[in-house]
Design a protein around this ligand. Structure first.
Ligand SMILES: C[S@@+](CC[C@H](N)C(=O)[O-])C[C@H]1O[C@@H](n2cnc3c(N)ncnc32)[C@H](O)[C@@H]1O
Length: 278
Protein backbone atom coordinates (compact mmCIF):
# COMPACT_ATOMS: atom_id res chain seq x y z
CA UNK A 1 0.00 0.00 0.00
CA UNK A 2 1.70 3.27 -1.06
CA UNK A 3 2.08 6.07 1.47
CA UNK A 4 -0.26 8.99 0.79
CA UNK A 5 0.59 12.30 2.46
CA UNK A 6 -2.94 13.50 1.61
CA UNK A 7 -6.08 11.40 1.54
CA UNK A 8 -6.87 10.49 -2.07
CA UNK A 9 -10.21 8.89 -2.83
CA UNK A 10 -11.66 7.27 -5.94
CA UNK A 11 -13.92 10.30 -6.14
CA UNK A 12 -10.89 12.67 -6.17
CA UNK A 13 -9.40 10.63 -9.03
CA UNK A 14 -12.69 10.67 -10.96
CA UNK A 15 -12.80 14.46 -10.59
CA UNK A 16 -9.23 14.71 -11.93
CA UNK A 17 -10.16 12.50 -14.88
CA UNK A 18 -13.16 14.70 -15.69
CA UNK A 19 -11.22 17.97 -15.33
CA UNK A 20 -8.23 17.03 -17.46
CA UNK A 21 -10.54 15.64 -20.14
CA UNK A 22 -12.58 18.84 -20.15
CA UNK A 23 -9.54 21.16 -20.11
CA UNK A 24 -7.08 19.33 -22.37
CA UNK A 25 -8.91 16.37 -23.94
CA UNK A 26 -6.57 13.96 -22.15
CA UNK A 27 -8.12 10.61 -21.27
CA UNK A 28 -6.60 9.48 -17.98
CA UNK A 29 -7.07 5.70 -17.83
CA UNK A 30 -8.49 4.03 -14.74
CA UNK A 31 -5.10 2.55 -13.78
CA UNK A 32 -3.46 5.99 -13.57
CA UNK A 33 -4.44 6.69 -9.98
CA UNK A 34 -0.89 6.68 -8.57
CA UNK A 35 0.31 8.69 -11.57
CA UNK A 36 -2.31 11.39 -10.89
CA UNK A 37 -1.49 11.50 -7.19
CA UNK A 38 2.27 11.67 -7.84
CA UNK A 39 1.92 14.45 -10.40
CA UNK A 40 -0.52 16.59 -8.39
CA UNK A 41 0.60 16.17 -4.79
CA UNK A 42 3.21 18.93 -5.24
CA UNK A 43 0.48 21.30 -6.41
CA UNK A 44 -1.73 20.49 -3.41
CA UNK A 45 1.24 21.18 -1.11
CA UNK A 46 2.24 24.38 -2.95
CA UNK A 47 -1.31 25.68 -2.88
CA UNK A 48 -1.40 25.17 0.90
CA UNK A 49 -4.82 23.53 0.90
CA UNK A 50 -5.64 20.71 3.36
CA UNK A 51 -6.84 18.09 0.86
CA UNK A 52 -7.18 17.02 -2.75
CA UNK A 53 -10.86 17.82 -2.43
CA UNK A 54 -10.08 21.45 -1.56
CA UNK A 55 -7.53 21.62 -4.38
CA UNK A 56 -10.02 20.27 -6.94
CA UNK A 57 -12.65 22.69 -5.64
CA UNK A 58 -10.25 25.54 -6.55
CA UNK A 59 -9.83 24.11 -10.09
CA UNK A 60 -13.60 23.76 -10.50
CA UNK A 61 -14.15 27.27 -9.16
CA UNK A 62 -12.08 28.62 -12.07
CA UNK A 63 -8.69 29.48 -10.47
CA UNK A 64 -7.10 30.18 -13.87
CA UNK A 65 -3.44 30.24 -12.74
CA UNK A 66 -3.80 26.98 -10.83
CA UNK A 67 -5.76 25.42 -13.68
CA UNK A 68 -2.77 25.96 -15.97
CA UNK A 69 -0.40 24.42 -13.42
CA UNK A 70 -2.84 21.50 -13.05
CA UNK A 71 -2.65 20.93 -16.82
CA UNK A 72 1.15 21.28 -16.83
CA UNK A 73 1.39 18.70 -14.03
CA UNK A 74 -0.67 16.11 -15.90
CA UNK A 75 0.84 16.36 -19.37
CA UNK A 76 3.47 13.87 -20.51
CA UNK A 77 6.30 15.71 -22.22
CA UNK A 78 8.48 12.83 -23.34
CA UNK A 79 10.28 13.79 -26.57
CA UNK A 80 13.67 13.62 -28.27
CA UNK A 81 15.74 15.21 -31.02
CA UNK A 82 14.99 13.63 -34.42
CA UNK A 83 12.50 11.20 -32.88
CA UNK A 84 11.12 8.98 -35.67
CA UNK A 85 13.89 10.18 -38.00
CA UNK A 86 12.27 9.07 -41.28
CA UNK A 87 9.81 11.97 -40.95
CA UNK A 88 12.65 14.47 -41.19
CA UNK A 89 13.95 12.82 -44.37
CA UNK A 90 10.46 13.00 -45.87
CA UNK A 91 10.08 16.61 -44.76
CA UNK A 92 13.37 17.52 -46.46
CA UNK A 93 12.03 16.16 -49.76
CA UNK A 94 8.70 17.89 -49.23
CA UNK A 95 10.29 21.28 -48.52
CA UNK A 96 12.60 21.09 -51.53
CA UNK A 97 9.74 20.13 -53.85
CA UNK A 98 7.48 22.86 -52.48
CA UNK A 99 10.22 25.41 -53.03
CA UNK A 100 10.71 24.21 -56.60
CA UNK A 101 6.99 24.59 -57.35
CA UNK A 102 6.84 28.09 -55.80
CA UNK A 103 10.32 29.61 -55.64
CA UNK A 104 9.08 32.84 -54.03
CA UNK A 105 7.05 31.20 -51.32
CA UNK A 106 8.00 31.03 -47.69
CA UNK A 107 7.27 27.55 -46.36
CA UNK A 108 5.38 27.05 -43.12
CA UNK A 109 5.48 24.29 -40.57
CA UNK A 110 3.29 23.97 -37.48
CA UNK A 111 4.70 21.86 -34.67
CA UNK A 112 1.45 21.44 -32.75
CA UNK A 113 2.62 19.63 -29.59
CA UNK A 114 6.16 20.87 -29.31
CA UNK A 115 6.76 19.89 -25.68
CA UNK A 116 10.23 20.99 -24.51
CA UNK A 117 11.40 21.83 -28.03
CA UNK A 118 13.53 18.93 -29.21
CA UNK A 119 11.11 18.33 -32.10
CA UNK A 120 10.98 22.02 -33.05
CA UNK A 121 14.73 22.41 -33.15
CA UNK A 122 14.99 19.19 -35.17
CA UNK A 123 12.59 20.82 -37.66
CA UNK A 124 14.68 23.99 -37.74
CA UNK A 125 17.88 21.97 -38.33
CA UNK A 126 16.08 20.03 -41.09
CA UNK A 127 14.99 23.28 -42.75
CA UNK A 128 18.55 24.63 -42.66
CA UNK A 129 19.98 21.40 -44.03
CA UNK A 130 17.31 21.14 -46.75
CA UNK A 131 18.37 24.52 -48.16
CA UNK A 132 21.99 24.44 -47.00
CA UNK A 133 21.49 27.76 -45.28
CA UNK A 134 21.08 29.19 -41.80
CA UNK A 135 18.35 31.42 -43.21
CA UNK A 136 16.12 28.97 -45.09
CA UNK A 137 12.77 30.16 -46.52
CA UNK A 138 10.90 28.46 -43.67
CA UNK A 139 8.85 29.67 -40.72
CA UNK A 140 7.90 27.34 -37.90
CA UNK A 141 5.16 27.78 -35.34
CA UNK A 142 5.75 25.81 -32.15
CA UNK A 143 2.86 25.38 -29.77
CA UNK A 144 1.85 23.30 -26.79
CA UNK A 145 -0.73 23.50 -24.02
CA UNK A 146 1.97 23.18 -21.36
CA UNK A 147 3.31 26.66 -20.58
CA UNK A 148 6.37 25.33 -18.74
CA UNK A 149 7.36 22.98 -21.57
CA UNK A 150 6.87 25.83 -24.04
CA UNK A 151 9.25 28.06 -22.07
CA UNK A 152 11.93 25.35 -22.06
CA UNK A 153 11.39 24.99 -25.82
CA UNK A 154 11.74 28.73 -26.44
CA UNK A 155 14.89 28.95 -24.26
CA UNK A 156 16.44 26.22 -26.43
CA UNK A 157 19.07 25.31 -23.86
CA UNK A 158 19.66 21.64 -23.00
CA UNK A 159 22.01 19.63 -20.81
CA UNK A 160 24.89 18.69 -23.12
CA UNK A 161 24.69 15.00 -22.21
CA UNK A 162 20.99 14.88 -23.20
CA UNK A 163 21.46 16.14 -26.75
CA UNK A 164 22.05 13.05 -28.84
CA UNK A 165 23.07 14.80 -32.07
CA UNK A 166 26.04 14.12 -34.30
CA UNK A 167 29.12 16.29 -33.57
CA UNK A 168 28.86 18.12 -36.95
CA UNK A 169 25.19 19.02 -36.28
CA UNK A 170 26.03 20.14 -32.77
CA UNK A 171 28.90 22.30 -33.98
CA UNK A 172 26.83 23.87 -36.75
CA UNK A 173 23.52 24.56 -35.01
CA UNK A 174 24.27 24.85 -31.27
CA UNK A 175 26.54 26.91 -29.06
CA UNK A 176 28.02 25.03 -26.15
CA UNK A 177 28.62 26.43 -22.70
CA UNK A 178 31.38 24.34 -21.14
CA UNK A 179 30.94 25.88 -17.67
CA UNK A 180 27.25 25.07 -17.46
CA UNK A 181 27.62 21.87 -19.51
CA UNK A 182 24.77 22.96 -21.73
CA UNK A 183 24.20 23.52 -25.42
CA UNK A 184 21.96 26.29 -26.74
CA UNK A 185 20.29 26.68 -30.10
CA UNK A 186 21.95 29.24 -32.35
CA UNK A 187 20.14 32.56 -32.79
CA UNK A 188 19.68 31.92 -36.53
CA UNK A 189 17.54 28.89 -35.72
CA UNK A 190 15.60 30.82 -33.10
CA UNK A 191 14.79 33.43 -35.75
CA UNK A 192 12.87 30.74 -37.69
CA UNK A 193 10.48 29.85 -34.86
CA UNK A 194 7.48 31.53 -33.24
CA UNK A 195 6.07 30.17 -30.01
CA UNK A 196 2.47 30.24 -28.83
CA UNK A 197 0.47 28.44 -26.19
CA UNK A 198 -2.28 26.67 -28.12
CA UNK A 199 -4.73 24.15 -26.72
CA UNK A 200 -5.67 21.75 -29.53
CA UNK A 201 -9.12 21.54 -27.94
CA UNK A 202 -9.82 25.24 -28.49
CA UNK A 203 -12.45 26.24 -31.02
CA UNK A 204 -10.14 28.75 -32.69
CA UNK A 205 -6.40 28.51 -33.26
CA UNK A 206 -4.34 31.60 -34.12
CA UNK A 207 -2.33 29.60 -36.66
CA UNK A 208 -3.09 31.60 -39.82
CA UNK A 209 -2.52 34.84 -37.95
CA UNK A 210 0.89 33.65 -36.78
CA UNK A 211 2.04 31.70 -39.84
CA UNK A 212 0.04 32.95 -42.80
CA UNK A 213 -2.45 31.46 -45.22
CA UNK A 214 -1.41 27.91 -45.88
CA UNK A 215 0.75 25.46 -43.98
CA UNK A 216 2.98 22.94 -45.79
CA UNK A 217 3.41 20.58 -42.85
CA UNK A 218 1.77 19.93 -39.51
CA UNK A 219 3.81 17.89 -37.08
CA UNK A 220 1.34 16.62 -34.50
CA UNK A 221 3.10 13.62 -33.09
CA UNK A 222 2.53 11.57 -29.98
CA UNK A 223 -0.25 13.69 -28.56
CA UNK A 224 -3.35 12.26 -30.27
CA UNK A 225 -2.71 9.01 -28.36
CA UNK A 226 -3.89 10.83 -25.24
CA UNK A 227 -7.23 11.77 -26.87
CA UNK A 228 -10.32 9.71 -27.66
CA UNK A 229 -11.49 9.25 -31.26
CA UNK A 230 -14.09 11.98 -31.03
CA UNK A 231 -11.47 14.55 -29.94
CA UNK A 232 -9.00 13.30 -32.56
CA UNK A 233 -11.62 13.68 -35.28
CA UNK A 234 -12.53 17.23 -34.20
CA UNK A 235 -8.83 18.23 -34.29
CA UNK A 236 -8.22 16.52 -37.66
CA UNK A 237 -11.22 18.35 -39.07
CA UNK A 238 -9.57 21.64 -38.16
CA UNK A 239 -6.12 20.58 -39.40
CA UNK A 240 -7.42 19.63 -42.86
CA UNK A 241 -8.26 23.13 -44.20
CA UNK A 242 -4.93 24.51 -42.96
CA UNK A 243 -3.05 22.31 -45.42
CA UNK A 244 -2.75 22.85 -49.15
CA UNK A 245 -3.03 20.00 -51.66
CA UNK A 246 0.62 19.08 -51.23
CA UNK A 247 0.45 19.63 -47.47
CA UNK A 248 1.28 16.82 -45.09
CA UNK A 249 0.29 15.81 -41.59
CA UNK A 250 3.01 13.95 -39.72
CA UNK A 251 1.64 11.84 -36.87
CA UNK A 252 3.24 9.71 -34.17
CA UNK A 253 4.22 6.11 -34.90
CA UNK A 254 1.12 4.60 -33.24
CA UNK A 255 -1.38 7.25 -34.37
CA UNK A 256 -3.62 5.71 -37.04
CA UNK A 257 -6.55 7.79 -38.31
CA UNK A 258 -8.71 5.25 -40.18
CA UNK A 259 -11.73 6.79 -38.43
CA UNK A 260 -11.03 10.06 -40.28
CA UNK A 261 -10.68 8.61 -43.79
CA UNK A 262 -12.93 11.40 -45.11
CA UNK A 263 -10.36 13.97 -43.94
CA UNK A 264 -6.92 12.39 -44.40
CA UNK A 265 -5.45 9.61 -46.57
CA UNK A 266 -2.51 7.65 -45.25
CA UNK A 267 0.64 7.81 -47.36
CA UNK A 268 2.48 5.28 -45.16
CA UNK A 269 4.82 5.72 -42.19
CA UNK A 270 2.18 7.81 -40.37
CA UNK A 271 2.28 10.62 -42.92
CA UNK A 272 -1.12 11.82 -44.14
CA UNK A 273 -2.36 13.88 -47.07
CA UNK A 274 -5.51 15.99 -46.70
CA UNK A 275 -8.51 14.72 -48.71
CA UNK A 276 -10.45 16.77 -51.19
CA UNK A 277 -8.22 19.87 -51.27
CA UNK A 278 -8.44 21.73 -54.59
C1 LIG B 1 4.55 13.10 -25.55
S1 LIG B 1 4.66 14.82 -25.91
C2 LIG B 1 5.04 14.75 -27.64
C3 LIG B 1 6.13 15.73 -28.02
C4 LIG B 1 6.57 15.70 -29.48
N1 LIG B 1 5.49 16.02 -30.37
C5 LIG B 1 7.17 14.36 -29.85
O1 LIG B 1 6.54 13.59 -30.56
O2 LIG B 1 8.28 14.08 -29.39
C6 LIG B 1 2.95 15.32 -25.90
C7 LIG B 1 2.76 16.82 -25.78
O3 LIG B 1 1.40 17.12 -26.07
C8 LIG B 1 1.01 18.22 -25.26
N2 LIG B 1 -0.45 18.28 -25.16
C9 LIG B 1 -1.29 17.48 -24.44
N3 LIG B 1 -2.56 17.89 -24.57
C10 LIG B 1 -2.55 18.96 -25.40
C11 LIG B 1 -3.57 19.82 -25.92
N4 LIG B 1 -4.85 19.67 -25.60
N5 LIG B 1 -3.19 20.83 -26.73
C12 LIG B 1 -1.89 21.02 -27.06
N6 LIG B 1 -0.88 20.24 -26.60
C13 LIG B 1 -1.22 19.21 -25.77
C14 LIG B 1 1.70 17.94 -23.94
O4 LIG B 1 1.82 19.09 -23.15
C15 LIG B 1 3.05 17.36 -24.39
O5 LIG B 1 4.04 18.35 -24.43
Amino acid sequence: MPYYEFAFSADDFARIQRSIYRLAGIVLAAGKLDFAYGRLVRRVRAKGVPSFQAYLDAIDAGDAAERDLFINALTTNHTAFFREPHHFTLLTEQLRQARQSSPQASLRIWCAASSTGEEVWSLAVTACEAFDSLTPPVTILASDIDSHALKVAADGVYAADRVALSPPRLAKFFVSDATRQTVGVRPELKALVRFARINLLDGRWPVNGLLGEQVEAIFCRNVMIYFDRQTQYAILKKFQPLLGREGRLYAGHSEIFTHAADLFSPLGRTVYAPCGVK
